[in-house]
Design a protein around this ligand. Structure first.
Ligand code: GRF
Length: 229
């Protein structure tokens, strides 16, 4: 596997997005290699999944460090030891400092369960219902120092039903996330994608709007509607 296909995943929880990415690799829909899984929680299911897939893992719990700076420096050293091309946040429940974020500028992405820029932060499913919105979704975005505010690469959308609850929304959205993240990674690995200031450029063309899964982007990360760019 070439240098450009090396992924490091950061996850705090059950790791279903991590698993979806690994599944896409196993099924050869995504030509990449997860070289390590890092977690900030010893109880994270993602660590067990890494072991099951024979993927190196490192757990660094913040409580063992004197402050955030020390923690992030150690995390950075651990990540850099695996020499990844992309750092992939998949349910990593920590707000990262600006020095850390800048170090991985243009090569760190995150999946967020809302149609950004709507509903940054937590409890997105509940907030969608409270706002009376008829549509919900997930976004994959570049990570920049401001929380959940980096340029959005791709989104998956779904309608909100009258009887939806935060739990039903979360349950319906998760399978879409599991399609969106591998597809976006395949796009990133298959094209020359760059972050120029706050603009996303794909093969030298500026992306005007986030790509929509099933419209502009297929499940294998192919651009299917160039007119949308
Ligand atoms: C997902 O909903 C993701 O959008 C959010 O955290 C959750 C992680 O779930 N950032 P999992 O650990 O990948 O199952």
């Amino acid at each position: 596997m070439s240098e450009s296909q090396r992924l490091v995943i950061l996850a705090s929880g059950r790791g279903s997005n991590f698993q979806a990415i690994q599944r896409a690799i196993d099924q050869q829909r995504l030509k990449a290699e997860i070289v390590a899984l890092l977690s900030d929680r010893a109880s994270a299911g993602a660590l067990e999944l890494a072991a099951a897939h024979d993927i190196d893992s490192v757990c660094l719990e913040p409580r063992h460090f004197s402050d955030r700076n020390e923690y992030e420096k150690t995390l950075m050293t651990a990540i850099d030891g695996f020499a990844p091309r992309w750092v992939v946040l998949a349910g990593f429940m920590r707000v990262l400092g600006s020095e850390f974020v800048r170090h991985y500028g243009g090569r760190m992405i995150n999946i967020h369960p809302s149609l950004l820029p709507r509903h940054r932060g937590l409890h997105t499913h509940r907030r969608v219902l409270e706002a009376g919105e008829r549509e919900h979704g997930a976004s994959v975005h570049f990570v920049t120092p401001a929380l959940d505010a980096g340029p959005v690469i791709a989104q998956a959308r779904m309608p909100v039903a009258d009887n939806d609850t935060p739990d039903t929304l979360a349950d319906r959205l998760l399978p879409l996330e599991h399609r969106l993240y591998p597809a976006t990674l395949a796009l990133l690995l298959g094209h020359r994608v760059e972050l120029r200031n706050e603009d996303i450029c794909i093969d030298d063309q500026t992306l005007a709007n986030p790509l929509q899964l099933g419209h502009d982007l297929d499940d294998d990360g192919r651009l299917v509607n160039h007119g949308a760019r």
